[in-house]
Design a protein around this ligand. Sequence first.
Ligand SMILES: CC(C)(COP(=O)(O)OP(=O)(O)OC[C@H]1O[C@@H](n2cnc3c(N)ncnc32)[C@H](O)[C@@H]1OP(=O)(O)O)[C@@H](O)C(=O)NCCC(=O)NCCS
Length: 177
Amino acid sequence: MYREIGEYIIRDWQMEDAPSIAKYANNRKIWLNLRDAFPYPYKIQDAESFILSVIKADPTTIFAIATKSEAIGSIGLMPGKDVHRFTAEMGYWLAEPYWGKGIMSQAIKSLTDYAIDDLKMHRIFAEPFSTNPASARVLEKAGFLFEGVLRSSVFKDDKVLDQHLYSFIGKTATQQG
Ligand SMILES: CC(C)(COP(=O)(O)OP(=O)(O)OC[C@H]1O[C@@H](n2cnc3c(N)ncnc32)[C@H](O)[C@@H]1OP(=O)(O)O)[C@@H](O)C(=O)NCCC(=O)NCCS
């Protein structure tokens, strides 16, 4: 995958991305908004094992957001199984120095197009914590609709939180005929 979003790129991960990603991912403000499987502190070994697992996956569904010189974030799809096989959850994070430039709104749009056009997904969803209005806003800017509140669905940093469910629907198999 190689897609340009303005001066930034969405591309496949490379082992050489480990140092930049360990540098930017080691940020409690990022960790606070993600699942606990995302480590904090985030070490170079965490970056290496993450990139290795992403590179081994087939098909590849997790990608780097990058400048011309380094990776500055991650965006990916987790396809569902069984009756959810045409549904995918989207996850993403961006290095703090790059926040507020519109990068993630564009990246979400671009990966949603890829999921629907290339992977033939019908539904893409994301579930930001209720404490994360910036993530809700980027989903709205990318054309996702708010579906509702998942009450008390998360235990993060010793607190019970709601999640806000957003989705984007492509054509369904029935509509495709
Ligand atoms: C959430 C995140 C991905 C946003 O990326 P980004 O590239 O900075 O987003 P954009 O610049 O495209 O848009 C951010 C929008 O949120 C808004 N925003 C930022 N902080 C906000 C806040 N506290 N309350 C309300 N809106 C806020 C901005 O004003 C902007 O909207 P606008 O263009 O209408 O002004 C980034 O901050 C991040 O990586 N956070 C940590 C990890 C994370 O939260 N991942 C998502 C988990 S669901």
